[in-house]
Design a protein around this ligand. Sequence first.
Ligand code: HEM
Length: 149
Amino acid sequence: MSAWLAYAYPWIKAFHIVAMVAWMAGLLYLPRLFVYHAAAPVGSALSETFKAMERRLLRGIMLPAVVMTVVFGGLLASIPGVVDWHQGWVWAKLALVAGLGLFHGLLARWRGDFAGDRNRHTQRFYRLVNELPMVALIAIVVLVVVKPF
Ligand code: HEM
């Protein structure tokens, strides 16, 4: 690793972690907003407030955060010697990250449904899907820190 990359590496990793915390915060909080929004009557002031909160969270926090997580993660992965591509945990982590990306896309679709007063899911549904990002987060952190395989 060149001297410059050796210097940059911990900084890039720090910003990768900051960005992933912001992304995870949104992935955990947006379905929680949907739980309460699903119970708010269509056209009520409460429902309109949820619409504004959901739009700002998705566009103002989660979109920049996912872009930064992937950019800094990609930069880390491109530094020679940082990732051993023969190890299984790397691929397991990337598969889980792809799953989180898919989940992000589904949240964006459901937000659009709420914005158009077309929500099709129950509170219970959003409560259940709310658990998925936490399960993925635990698995990813164990994979990158413990590197079990
Ligand atoms: C395309 C997306 C991503 C890529 C390419 C990527 C890549 C990387 C790379 C190459 C490292 C450095 C590993 C090392 O220094 O040994 C790293 C560290 C880390 N990543 Fe990611 N990552 C991505 C997304 C995520 C996500 C979504 C999370 C959490 C939900 C995450 C959590 C972490 C953590 C906690 C570390 C620090 C591990 C340590 O201190 O050794 N990453 N990532």
